[in-house]
Design a protein around this ligand. Structure first.
Ligand code: ATP
Ligand code: MG
Length: 436
């Protein structure tokens, strides 16, 4: 007789990843440090929908950008025909929410979010179609102090993660000035690119007269030399923009944070002005930018809000985890304190109640449970206990339970002896473990 045929297994969408244990523990380790950092810097959590009106991104990011031109997952709501998009970046949605809820009414706002983003890119190491960011925004502050605060925040996080700024990750900054300054630069830029028109790729040729600044953000190696030689926006900045840039630099200098001024740094969205920055690593190949951000003083008004300045950054979580891997930084979650070995159903009630009181006392407890093939031998349960990383096994054997006791077997300390513990004393034992 042939085996009954199973339906074919489905696979995840290309470029979209599952996150399973034990890898997920590394993410939780990272996220715990992020959460603590946000608290220390006074940033509150904000969460906005994954789906937004397509117009939000077209208006917010600029029509002639990689994201809007070719990377958005857009679709029509099959019920009412609304044009919708899976968010490709975090800032536009947060700004929409802040405007919609008049959240700047009582003054400036510092917020952060953990977001899933979607871009139809060519998947490769460090570049996916669903990816995740820690996103940080400060809305309503005009001064360079907040730009610098956000850059220093990144440094503090890198340090908390065990990464060294300067060695593992370096900082690049630039100023994009204001719209009128970019306009003056634009003419010089077009003239430069026209002189090398035979070197321009299709994207660049199309953008030459619509958005020449975008050409500076090209990833095409054949165009790098020409881009390097292009007129620098920095040379077109007026006194006010330069003063803002100097203000940022002064704080970074005083904080002893080294950086490189990169006059080609423009970032991928049109909404940026004045300060832009990126944190870059040499350990991840061409996907080396782990964090990018800058000021976007006109976006709130552009999206229909009362004009207010703002600055923010986004950090790619996948790339940060890859970097932690590359630097061999141990980032595993804590193992359970106790693995409960349960020989069979007769011991279940006592084991369950004991585990509950251990958990109530603050211990992490993994209790053995029957699999499809039954409870498993003691030997196989001890193997599981070992793999779990638990410090102790609690063994609910029939003899011990008959005496209202449980056996405690230390798993990580070869010198320590197994002993019996009265069930009435497990809460005290849990407390002594926690205080150890
Ligand atoms: P890149 O130049 O590498 O395409 P970007 O300028 O498009 O990055 P941003 O939109 O500024 O990136 O997003 C900030 C961060 O998010 C990046 O520095 C990177 O760490 C991460 N990131 C961007 N796109 C992806 C992606 N497709 N997959 C994984 N991480 C990404
Ligand atoms: Mg990109």
């Amino acid at each position: 007789m042939s085996a009954p045929s199973r339906p074919a297994a489905l696979q995840a969408v290309k470029g979209m990843n599952d996150l399973l244990p034990p890898e997920s523990a590394r993410w939780e380790w990272f996220e715990a440090r992020v959460r603590a950092l946000m608290h220390r810097y006074g940033y509150a959590n904000i969460r906005t929908p994954i789906v937004e009106p397509t117009a939000l991104f077209v208006r917010g990011l600029g029509e002639v950008t990689d994201i809007v031109e070719k990377e958005m997952y857009s679709f029509e709501d099959s019920m009412n025909g609304d044009k919708l998009t899976l968010r490709p970046e975090a800032t536009a949605g947060i700004v929409r929410a802040v405007i919609e809820h008049n959240a700047l009414y009582n003054g400036p706002l510092r917020v952060w979010s953990h977001v899933a983003l979607f871009r139809h890119e060519r998947p490769q190491k460090g570049r996916y179609r669903q990816f995740h960011q820690i996103d940080v925004e400060a809305l309503g502050h005009a001064g360079p102090d907040v730009d610098a605060e956000q850059i220093l925040m990144c440094r503090a996080l890198l340090r908390d993660l065990g990464l060294a700024e300067g060695r593992d990750v370096r900082l690049e900054i630039n100023s994009l000035g204001q719209a009128d300054e970019r306009l003056a630069h634009r003419a010089a830029l077009i003239e430069h690119f026209e002189r090398y028109s035979e070197l321009l790729d299709a994207d660049a040729r199309r953008r030459l007269h619509t958005n020449p600044l975008r050409i500076l953000d090209t990833k095409n190696p054949a165009m790098q030399q020409m881009v390097e030689a292009a007129p620098k926006l920095m040379d077109f900045l007026g006194a006010e923009s330069l003063a803002h840039f100097d203000g940022v630099r002064a704080v970074l200098d005083a904080a002893g944070l080294p950086y490189r001024v990169n006059p080609r740094l423009v970032r991928g969205m049109d909404y940026y002005n004045l300060t832009v920055f990126e944190w870059i690593t040499d350990h991840l190949g061409s996907q080396g930018t782990v964090c990018g951000g800058g000021r976007y003083d006109t976006l709130i008004e552009q999206l229909g809000g009362k004009p207010a300045p703002a600055v923010g950054w986004g950090m790619g979580i996948e790339r940060m985890i890859l970097l932690l891997d590359a630097m061999k930084i141990a980032a595993d979650g804590p193992a359970p304190d106790v693995y409960a070995v349960v020989p069979g159903p007769d011991a279940l009630a006592a084991a369950m109640n004991t585990c509950e009181s251990l958990r109530a006392a603050g211990l992490s407890v993994q209790m053995h449970a029957a699999g499809a093939a039954g409870w498993g031998s003691m030997k196989s349960q001890f193997k599981r206990a070992d793999v779990s990383g638990a410090r102790h096994a609690l063994i609910f054997g029939a003899d011990e339970l008959a005496r209202c006791e449980v056996a405690v077997k230390p798993l990580r300390d070869a010198a320590a002896q197994q002993r019996n513990l009265p069930l009435a004393a497990v809460a005290d034992w849990a407390a002594s473990l926690r205080n150890a």
